[in-house]
Design a protein around this ligand. Structure first.
Ligand SMILES: Cc1ncc(COP(=O)(O)O)c(C=O)c1O
Length: 366
């Protein structure tokens, strides 16, 4: 029986080994484990790739969200509008500022619905935090228009969407701030936790650079209170190498998605997304009936899948205090029961994708 793994780090290592191992050795010889020229070079490469003036390397996407909200001057009690179907980090960052997450339901493409945003704006709303879930862009034109009309900041959670475009413009470059993750499972992945923030605002970039290193202007001068959220130099070297490979990673993922489109039964719903969108397929998510049964059926036939995410954030035990029970966000809640992430990684063969689709189609025919 063929096996189709959901991720394949071994294949990534085999592909990169000759470039990767000398990088590790270089850092070990240099001994610049924290900070140094590699960080600055990575930041320049990332800013150029993302089409923004500044990128600030950090230790995670979560910290990009947290420090980004801090740099926006968010105060306790301010409201930030965000979707309830993200990874928990988006909402956690808002709560981490003692601000209030206000959820807005999503569209059939799993991204926040601009109309739902408009419906929950109050005098306390300070910012909108859209999430480009799965690598498919949220409707940034509509969201920016709403933000401008109401004088709100926009902080994009682009953790899953590096390289994703809307009419040729990178996600993460529409709002004041873009927040990216380079977690090992992301399309641009480090060998551990890493992330970065993008902005065109020199003040925000400077402030986040200060905050990531205890507000230290230099070794002896602390100009504001901060934290430690630096990216390791080793991760920066790996990411510089992998950023050069990213277009090929994205191309192969897009090819895989196209193949699925050709071989999956058309009754299996895979949302198309916005016109003019360039989807980078961090995830390839189908929406199906009897999802749990299908997932078990695939597992028995050697196909690993995942669910991003089975429990919407507002229904997590930790969110009980937010007072949003079942039924609050019907589109998101229905999707949570139907979504299934199929293997989409760049090392899949045509035969593997055909095999996955055959099994899915066979289940449907039952
Ligand atoms: C949508 C989303 N937001 C935020 C994050 C947080 O990123 P990190 O895991 O690098 O902290 C992730 C990734 O895990 C994510 O998928």
């Amino acid at each position: 029986m063929p096996r189709v793994p959901y991720v394949d780090f071994q294949a990534q290592f085999d592909e990169e080994r000759e470039e990767l191992l000398p990088l590790v050795e270089t850092v070990l010889r240099r001994g610049d484990f924290v900070g140094g020229a590699a960080i600055e070079m990575l930041e320049q490469d990332l800013a150029a790739y993302c089409g923004v003036r500044f990128a600030v390397a950090l230790n995670s996407g979560t910290d990009a969200l947290l420090l980004g909200l801090k740099a926006l001057g968010l105060q306790a009690g301010d409201e930030v509008i965000t979707p309830p179907n993200s990874f928990v980090a988006s909402t956690a960052a808002i709560l981490g500022m003692d601000a209030t997450p206000v959820f807005a339901d999503v569209r059939e493409d799993q991204n926040i619905d601009p109309q739902a945003i408009e419906a929950v704006i109050t005098p306390r709303t300070r910012a909108i935090m859209p999430v480009h879930l799965t690598g498919r862009p949220a409707d940034m034109r509509a969201i920016m228009a709403i933000a401008e009309r109401h004088g709100l900041a926009v902080i994009e959670d682009a953790a899953q969407s590096i390289g994703t475009l809307i009419e040729g413009r990178m996600t993460g470059s529409f709002g004041q701030i873009g927040c990216f993750s380079a977690h090992p499972l992301k399309n641009l992945n480090a060998m551990g936790d890493a992330g970065f923030l993008t902005t065109n605002d020199a003040r925000i970039a400077e402030e986040v650079r200060l905050m990531r290193c205890h507000g230290m202007l230099n070794r002896d001068t602390v100009v504001r209170w901060g934290t430690v959220s630096r990216m390791d130099t080793l991760q920066a070297e790996v990411l510089r190498m992998r950023l050069r490979r990213l277009p090929s990673v994205i191309e192969r993922r897009r090819r895989n998605a196209e193949l699925y489109g050709q071989v999956l039964d058309p009754r299996i719903f895979v949302p198309r997304g916005l016109p003019g969108a360039f989807n980078t397929y961090h995830l390839f998510v189908a929406q199906v009936d009897r999802r749990n049964e299908l997932q078990a059926f695939l597992k028995d036939r050697g196909v690993d899948t995942a669910v991003h995410y089975p429990v919407p954030i507002h229904l997590q035990p930790a969110a009980a205090g937010l007072g949003k029970g079942k039924g609050s966000f019907p589109v998101c809640e229905r999707q949570a029961e139907r979504i299934l992430s199929l293997p989409i990684h760049q090392f899949l063969s045509v035969a593997q994708i055909q095999y996955v689709a055959e099994q899915m189609n066979a289940f449907l025919a039952h």
